[in-house]
Design a protein around this ligand. Sequence first.
Ligand code: AMP
Ligand code: ZN
Length: 143
Amino acid sequence: MSEDCIFCSIVAGEIPSRTVYEDDDVLAFLDANPLAPGHTLVIPKAHHEHVQDMPSDLAGDVFAVLNRLVEPVESAVDADGSTVAFNNGEVAGQEVPHTHGHIVPRFEDDGSRPIHSIFGDRPNLADDELDDIAASIADGTDD
Ligand code: AMP
Ligand code: ZN
């Protein structure tokens, strides 16, 4: 548990939440300031700030719960789909520094946009830059 972490306080039962799923390692609850009805957050119970800080087995557990919850979340509010996303890092808009996946129900007429719309102009990358980036990422998965 991390001091001054609101999600650790929820895990500890010090702050109330509308819990929709819980097991030994993962907790899911309704977002207190929802972007849409049914907006749900899925968190590891252990404090990890970023997605990549979780050990891979815990990351798998978190994703398994996301996978399991999407259908009941959508059904509960009669949604047509959902946006499933992590804001990963302050620069990406992460406000609570305890990693969490969002399930935001989407509706045909909700007027919201895809994740692509949060970005500006697409960078114009040369083939050799793309090759270098791909090679660097591939090298980084070796450990
Ligand atoms: P993010 O910007 O990805 O860090 O999202 C943080 C989310 O946590 C926001 O959607 C908030 O509405 C939500 N949130 C903050 N405090 C609470 C809380 N006590 N209970 C439930 N959701 C919360
Ligand atoms: Zn925490």
